[in-house]
Design a protein around this ligand. Structure first.
Ligand SMILES: NC(=O)c1ccc[n+]([C@@H]2O[C@H](COP(=O)([O-])OP(=O)(O)OC[C@H]3O[C@@H](n4cnc5c(N)ncnc54)[C@H](OP(=O)(O)O)[C@@H]3O)[C@@H](O)[C@H]2O)c1
Length: 335
């Protein structure tokens, strides 16, 4: 028997500036199990992520723009309610990319079964999911993290950044964390035990600040923000340092045309390595990550914090607030 699914769609593209809740619309569609392998899933948790901002413009990116009026895609965890499939049973938890909707029908081969083991199911959208994997691949494979290095992390109070800080601390590194609120500074210092945390919004001169904190400079900079912060970090890198380009959130919503880096001479003279990456290229390299992260979480060596908004209708607000830095740790929506 068919039933209705409620979903959130993008109403219009947002070429520049911060999106608002008014850029989204709530809609309904009829769904039904029709194919042999079809499964009806009720979503429980949705992820809102900065990369979605890039899909809200018509510009070509590494993923296609969202289709106006269609359900917003994104990672979600749900529970199987009905099934025509032999591979999934009612009550199974599944990870999908069927984002901002209360329920959906899809074939079983588009769904990944999750065994919750000892962890809350929503962890698979945070430390055990894409953002945890990003922190792990970014640090080890791209950043070639070594023990006892000095590391700078931007957007350190968020999902990727807070995991980067903790993994680096587990490797005996000295971690300097930048974030945008005093509450996040306190969390990073007092609960995640980073060596130094500061509020970049209260910092007049980033280069001098970084020099004061770590006079000998940094071996590794994990860049989540790009822009002026990246330029300041380049000034303070050690010779042969590495910069991991993970994100550019400071430029995503900017109304100004981004300027080029003015200190490329430092990249040359210090023989720096700057390397970008996309986690989607590393989907088949998750075994070590899953084993290590599970063990760290089980042994409380890594703490994971979630900021949770309740209700599908609040997904646009959660997304806009994420871009405004209102989250501590991973931003999630609970349906
Ligand atoms: N390369 C990949 O495959 C990949 C995968 C996942 C994520 N990422 C990137 O990694 C970064 C972090 O993602 P996440 O999911 O963990 O998000 P998040 O850090 O949990 O949330 C985004 C944070 O960005 C900060 N921010 C917003 N505007 C800013 C600005 N103008 N300048 C500096 N910081 C700003 C805010 O924190 P503050 O309070 O600190 O301002 C906000 O909380 C993003 O850039 C994202 O695009 C990349």
């Amino acid at each position: 028997m068919s039933q209705k699914s409620k979903f959130i769609a993008l109403k219009n593209y947002v070429p520049i500036g911060l999106p608002s809740e008014d850029d989204f619309i709530v809609k309904e569609q009829v769904i039904d199990l029709s194919n042999n392998n079809d499964v009806l899933v009720e979503n429980l948790w949705l992820s809102v992520d900065p990369y979605m901002r890039a899909r809200m413009t018509e510009k070509k990116n590494y993923k296609e723009p969202f289709v106006l009026g269609n359900p917003m895609e994104g990672a979600a965890i749900g529970i199987v309610k009905k099934t025509n499939s032999n591979n999934l049973e009612v009550g199974d938890y599944v990870l999908s990319n069927h984002g901002w909707r209360d329920k959906f029908v899809d074939e079983d081969n588009n769904l990944k079964k999750i065994k919750p083991n000892d962890f809350p199911i929503e962890s698979y959208l945070g430390p055990l999911g894409m953002t945890g994997h990003t922190a792990y691949i970014g640090l080890f494979k791209i950043g070639k993290l070594k023990k006892n290095q000095t590391i700078l992390v931007s957007a350190a109070g968020g999902s990727v950044g807070s995991l980067v800080c903790q993994i680096a601390k587990l490797h005996g590194c000295k971690v300097v964390a930048s974030t945008g609120s005093d509450e996040k500074v306190d969390w990073l210092k007092n609960e995640l035990n980073v060596d130094y945390a500061f509020n970049y919004k209260k910092t007049d001169n980033l280069v001098l600040k970084l020099k004061e904190i770590m006079p000998d400079g940094f071996d590794l900079y994990f860049d989540n923000v790009g822009g002026d912060f990246l330029e300041a970090a380049i000034f303070r890198m050690k010779n042969y340092g590495r910069i991991v380009i993970c994100g550019r959130i400071s430029q995503m919503n900017s109304t100004k045309t981004p300027e080029g880096l003015k200190n490329i001479a430092h990249v040359l003279v210090k023989r720096l390595t700057i390397k970008g990456f996309l986690i989607f290229d590393h989907e088949n390299e998750s075994e070590n990550f899953q084993n290590d992260m599970s063990s760290w979480l089980k042994n409380k060596k890594i703490l994971s914090k979630h900021t949770v908004y309740e209700g599908l209708d609040n997904a646009p607000k959660a997304f806009v607030d994420l871009l405004n830095g209102k989250n501590i740790g991973k931003m999630l929506v609970k349906i």
